[in-house]
Write a protein of this length. Sequence first.
Length: 248
Amino acid sequence: MGNSANKVLNAYDLFLIAGVIASNAVYSFMTDTFDLLGSAAGIAGVVCVVLVAKGSIWNYVFGLVNVTLYAVISWKASLYGDAALNALYYLPMQLVGWLQWRKRGAAVSESKAGGPGHDVRVSARRMTWGQRAALFAGCALLVASVGFLLDKAGDPQPYKDSATTVLSVIAQALMAMAFMEQWVLWILTNVISIVMWAVCIRQGQPHAEVMAIMWSFYLLNSINGFRVWLKLSKCPSEAESEPCGQRK
């Protein structure tokens, strides 16, 4: 993506994708069950986030599959915040993100001298420190407010559900706008989601084990995504008079 070294997934990317497939296979063997819905959601989701970390616009294709299936799974587990998040926000945001990334330079393919095409990475950017302070203050306030409402509505895990919902909504918007800071929110979301689905495992909720596996691989990828996007959002020249976070 951007040069010949980026045409294919690297070893870490392949580890994440192969890992989630193998984990689902082992889980199916040990439990003598095959969770087609959960496995499909998990595999599509990991492929999606791996491609996001690489700045590839193809992530939105796999994201469309993942969010549709995950909405169904969350609803069945009574995680209404997650269900609404995926069905009413993530789903349309796949199209919004695709269009926004095209505007910021991401392309499906680019051919040179009649040769084979390759993915072109999105042009990433960073926030200013003031914007970051406002972002995290706003996140804290919204998590507390939504958690209070979910508690009143009878959500079994109101504040964890609130945190994953609010942080994911904001992170998805930052992702569409190609801000590097999305990865900090994704890391927090992934950690909280692992805890949330661990509780569901103890409660015997359907699909909980494969969802915990999926979010664990999401966490590994989000850490790598943060590392990659630090480079993608770096100013091309130290002599630039305009801060990176202000570039459009």
